[in-house]
Design a protein around this ligand. Structure first.
Ligand code: GKR
Ligand code: MG
Length: 433
């Protein structure tokens, strides 16, 4: 059956905020809340196809998404440039933007434009999914076609507690990991159950010497396997250089050891290993200075805040021109985002490292079946669109949790979650060590 341009017309947009279970994973800001907000975008076309997308679900993202959703009916799912223009023109009261940082800095700097781009990404993915279904092509084909048939991911290791303070949230059987032995046990389980061949440890939680010991223990347990450490900018340039010196022989790269381009440039000069970032280069505007100063050797794209899959490909091209490596970073996410990451990653020729994903930590999803990992890889789907199916019953249940939840859970705030366990906890100043 042929598809007419009219069939591609958007007739309806549905926005469904959900709360998904998240384990008590520790980072430099605090601990993950028992539930994390995500936003599911569904776009229907006149031809009867529905595309799905996913992005951050905090209230400020939802507010922008509502404006964009109203404006979309009547346009076509193939008009992605005009979608981007519309997203960029959504009015945002700057007073409501947390200036400077987002989630205490874990998502880099925050700005009204970055908010718009993060919302745009969910809509762009939904449009591509619907477009692909309408024309019978996978999303990767709409991006130019895949150059690999599977995408590699790394195990994302976290210091963690066995359960959330007060036993809230959903239980799991991972147990506590607060030292080298716990981290190695966690890594082993990830390697056995998912086949991951490389490891990233979220650091910035314990004093650097303890994290150095954990990385050393990983390197000893998995000789020759790539290991990375990411303290989310918690260290001074001096501490970063000391850690680099100690771990130079075992780290594949050091991720955001310190905060801001000048300090990263200072560390990069002497570190003797590549520096990666998903914090100091998170927007196009941040690229020229960071690249000119040699502050980063690997950019970890998050297609959400870069503005979608096409923007990720543009970033990849820029990185290639400047000889900077590219991979992908992740935040708590569901299968829709994993599918989107996999499609775009499949089209990037110079994808230099295994991508990050939080997905194995998420036991809940809105899909009819979870996306499997084979030997640490996700197979690239050749089915039309993203190649996934939304489960309306699961979606409704997770939305109901969002609707009836204590309102503080609807915005991610790791410091607030930490205060449940330690009322004296304050967001640490940077650098912490
Ligand atoms: O989930 O705690 C976390 C991470 O710290 C996340 O928020 C970061 O954005 O994974 C991210 C990173 O690589 O920095
Ligand atoms: Mg990072």
């Amino acid at each position: 059956m042929s598809t007419s341009a009219k069939d591609l017309t958007v007739t309806d947009v549905r926005l469904t905020p959900v709360l998904i279970a998240d384990p008590p994973l520790l980072n430099t800001q605090g601990v993950h809340q028992p539930y994390t907000p995500r936003l599911i975008v569904e776009i229907e076309t006149a031809g009867g196809h529905t595309g799905v997308g996913e992005t951050y679900g905090d209230g400020k993202y939802l507010a922008v998404a509502r404006v964009l959703a109203e404006a979309l009916p009547g346009s076509r799912v193939s008009d992605l440039n005009s979608l981007a223009e519309r997203a960029r023109s959504v009015a945002i009261d700057e007073a409501h933007v947390e200036t400077g940082v987002d989630v205490g800095g874990l998502r880099g700097t925050q700005s009204a434009d970055k908010l718009r781009l993060s919302v745009l990404s969910g809509f762009e993915v939904a449009c591509l999914d619907a477009f692909g279904k309408a024309v019978g092509l996978p999303v990767h084909a709409l991006l130019g076609g895949r150059v690999r048939d599977r995408v590699e991911y790394s195990a994302y290791l976290f210091y963690r507690w066995a359960s959330h303070p007060g036993g809230t949230g959903e239980p799991d059987d991972w147990g506590e990991a607060t030292g080298p032995a716990g981290i190695v046990t966690q890594a082993r389980r990830f390697a056995d159950e998912y086949g991951f061949g490389s490891f990233k440890l979220k650091g910035g939680v314990f004093p650097p010497d303890e994290e150095i010991a954990a990385v050393r223990a990983l390197a000893a347990a998995f000789p020759g396997r790539p290991v990375r450490l990411d303290p989310n900018g918690a260290w001074s340039a001096e501490t970063s250089l000391r850690v680099a010196e100690e771990l130079r022989d075992v780290l594949q790269y050091l991720e955001d050891p310190t905060s801001g381009t000048p300090a990263m440039a200072e560390v990069a000069k002497e570190a003797g290993i590549p520096l990666a970032t998903n914090m100091c280069v998170t927007t196009v505007d941040e690229i020229p200075e960071a690249f000119a100063r040699g502050a980063v050797q690997v950019v970890l794209s998050d297609h959400h805040y870069w503005g979608g899959l096409r923007a990720t490909r543009e970033l990849a091209a820029l990185c290639h021109v400047f000889g900077v490596g590219l991979s992908m970073h992740s935040n708590t996410h569901l299968g829709i985002s994993l599918a989107a990451m996999t499609h775009v990653a499949a089209t990037v020729p110079h994808l230099d490292y295994a991508c990050d994903t939080h997905y194995p930590w998420q036991t809940e999803d809105v899909l009819t079946s979870r996306i499997p990992f084979h030997e640490g890889h996700v197979r690239v789907s050749d089915a039309p669109g993203l190649g996934i199916t939304l489960d309306p019953t699961r979606l409704a249940a997770l939305h109901e949790r969002w609707r009836s939840a204590d309102p503080w859970l609807r915005d991610r705030d790791d410091a607030a979650a930490m205060r449940v366990a330690d009322p004296q906890w304050v967001t640490p100043t940077v650098p912490r060590w």
